[in-house]
Design a protein around this ligand. Structure first.
Ligand code: SAM
Length: 228
């Protein structure tokens, strides 16, 4: 799949790209590209934002700047681009990202992610260039770069070959295998630590019982019974 991230800070993604599952996904042929709005601004002095009409604090990312960057990348009117590929504008008030939406996005051949900064996007960007408005939670971060990494991470780790053990992506929190429940608890050595014992069943070697116990734990967590 092809992921294009539009941002003012492409260098912020260097660490992200160094992560093993991301490197694996790229080695499998998936593509992660960046477009810096500032490289294509039609304004002088690298300007990309402006003061809000009606007054108020902060600066707003300009619609003409975002259009220029999208045109430069796709050679088409951005109002048409969103018909060809999903263009996700990252914004706190958007549709909340969850595992079902990640699955949906992971099946797309190409995605564009628009990172906002400052006070956010001129509304016309959201109305006319974006196909989706996406939020990673009900809180506000300084920019769309971390949200874009969250989205790309969640999508790329679903791609075959990204994780070392394919099955680890199949049965984890919120997956269909667990009926959408949080994952069951894991333990490793030592079996006893400060008097905190690993549940007996996990040491029993009885695979059917272990499976049954894990599913029950996941169900309980899903019902909100065991996590603080
Ligand atoms: C400081 S925020 C703008 C917040 C905006 N004024 C508001 O109140 O909704 C700047 C940018 O960070 C990104 N951002 C911040 N929090 C986010 C979240 N929870 N989900 C997705 N994007 C977010 C968006 O791209 C946003 O345009």
């Amino acid at each position: 799949m092809e992921l294009d991230v539009f941002t003012l800070f492409p260098e912020a993604f260097e660490w992200f790209e160094s992560q093993r599952h991301v490197r694996n996904a790229l080695a499998e042929g998936h593509r992660l590209g960046y477009v810096n709005y500032r490289d294509y601004t039609p304004l002088t002095g690298g300007q990309v934002d402006d003061t809000p009409f009606g007054g108020g604090a902060g600066m707003v990312l300009r619609v003409d700047v975002v259009e220029a960057a999208l045109r430069a990348r796709y050679g088409a009117d951005p109002t048409d681009v969103r018909r060809e590929r999903r263009v996700l504008a990252l914004t706190p008030g958007g549709r909340m990202l969850d595992d079902a939406l990640v699955d949906e996005l992971a099946a797309e051949p190409a995605l564009t992610l628009l990172c906002g900064r400052y006070e956010g996007f001129d509304e016309r960007i959201l109305e006319h260039f974006a196909s989706d408005r996406l939020s990673i939670g009900k809180y506000v971060l300084a920019g769309g770069e971390l949200p874009a990494m969250v989205v790309c991470d969640a999508i790329l780790r679903k791609q075959p070959g990204a994780l070392g053990h394919e099955e680890s992506a199949l049965e984890e929190s919120f997956s269909q295998a667990l009926d959408g429940a949080p994952e069951y608890p894991h333990y490793t050595r030592p079996a006893e630590y400060r008097g905190w014992d690993v549940p007996e069943v996990l040491l029993s070697g009885h695979h059917a019982k272990i499976r049954e116990w894990r599913l029950e734990q996941a169900r309980e967590r899903g019902a909100g019974n065991s996590l603080p």
